[in-house]
Design a protein around this ligand. Structure first.
Ligand code: NDP
Length: 343
């Protein structure tokens, strides 16, 4: 079975590619340049079941046409993970919203044009950002479920970069569900979405840490590099280990019950105070060198300052245990310290 993975060079997607290959799938990935694609192939030891295509910018109209013109008849499953995830912009439409929405639209249009009879399943990597309005995230008594939607509009989500990223995930996911509704008779695929919270966990390949760092892992890296007595922003929300995010994509492919579902990935709430506590407790080489904040106050902070997530439906559908925060952070930080020691 051949699976297409968009944005294959990303933090989450590299784990997905690895898990797919291990499970025996043939994988076609997309990356933004020949250089990035060659680098990826090399990391997977030029596995003959893996090939790469260039999709330079998912914001461009018909960005996926060439790939599906060429491979449409082979591809049975499409995992759409590519989407901009950063806050380094003031041009929110150009850098966040348009690529997220156009990318989703163009991959589905390309399937319709060139692979309507072959693609059976599409899994879109959405986010908990599509479920909750950013200004509601600190409401302690709000409960978010698989049915929830971020209420921001195209205009209101452009208040700042975080809101715009969250909006980009909402509008991209909406685009996918609406496309399927409008094209039910002309495509055969079913749709599921994976909606992860903040994703932590080790990089598939440690050397990814040497060339800049993906946005969510950057939170842990900043805390590792915090200063004694220093302050840190107490980010909080649902978290999930990247290894579980990858596994969930494979389960979504394989379990028919996941068809048509939004799978919300959260093992629980976290806040940076809890991460700092874990780092100080588990890494003697960091203790006394990094911030401590107010140890053990994480749970009470979260009770008051974070909305709650009830993803019991997803947990039942997926049927596997997620990594807990301690194991997730220990594995993340151990890899980061190792890479730093080598430098
Ligand atoms: P990464 O930034 O590592 O991966 C994003 C991927 O999308 C990269 O391969 C990137 O390519 C590609 N991409 C971004 N913009 C474009 C563009 N305009 N044209 C072509 N390719 C593009 O982040 P993650 O792995 O964390 O994110 C993967 C997916 O998971 C995204 O959809 C993200 O929204 C979602 N997600 C992530 C969470 C997290 O905490 N990490 C939480 C919830 C959802 P390049 O690097 O070459 O620019």
């Amino acid at each position: 079975t051949t699976v297409f993975v968009s944005g294959a060079t990303g933090f989450i997607a590299l784990h997905i590619v690895n898990d797919l290959l291990k499970a025996g799938y043939t994988v076609i990935g997309s990356g933004r340049s020949q250089e990035k694609n060659d680098g990826l192939l090399k990391k997977f030891n030029n596995n003959p079941k893996l090939s790469m295509e260039i999709v330079e910018d998912i914001a461009a109209p018909n960005a996926f046409d060439e790939v599906f013109k060429k491979h449409g008849k082979e591809i049975k499953i499409v995992l759409h993970t590519a989407s901009p995830f950063h806050f380094e912009t003031t041009n929110f439409e150009k850098d966040l919203l348009t690529p997220a929405v156009n990318g989703t639209k163009s991959i589905l249009e390309a399937i319709k044009k060139y692979a309507a009879d072959t693609v059976e399943k599409v899994i879109v990597t959405s986010s908990t950002a599509a479920l909750v309005t950013p200004t509601d995230m600190n409401k302690g008594d709000l409960v978010i479920t698989e049915e929830s939607w971020n209420k921001d509009t195209w205009d209101s989500c452009q208040a700042n970069a975080v809101a715009a990223y969250c909006g980009s995930k909402k509008f991209a996911e909406k685009t996918a569900w609406e496309f399927l509704k409008e094209n039910k008779s002309s495509v055969k695929f079913t749709l599921s979405t994976i909606n992860p919270g903040f994703v932590f966990g080790p990089q598939m390949f440690a050397d990814s840490l040497k060339h800049g760092i993906n946005t969510s892992s950057g939170i842990v890296s900043e805390l590792i590099h915090s200063k004694v007595g220093g302050e840190f922003y107490n980010y909080c929300g649902p978290f999930i280990d990247v290894r579980d995010v990858s596994k969930a994509h494979l389960v979504a492919i394989e379990k028919p019950e996941c068809t048509g579902q939004r799978l919300v990935l959260s093992e629980g709430l976290f806040c940076c105070q809890e991460i700092v506590d874990i780092l100080n407790e588990e890494f003697p080489q960091l203790k006394g060198k990094i911030a401590t904040g107010e140890p053990a106050t994480g749970p009470s902070f979260l009770e008051k300052n974070s909305c709650k997530f009830d993803n019991s439906k997803t947990k039942k559908l997926l049927g596997f245990q997620f990594y807990n925060l301690k194991d997730c952070i220990v594995d993340t930080a151990a890899q980061m310290s190792e890479v730093q020691n080598e430098a």
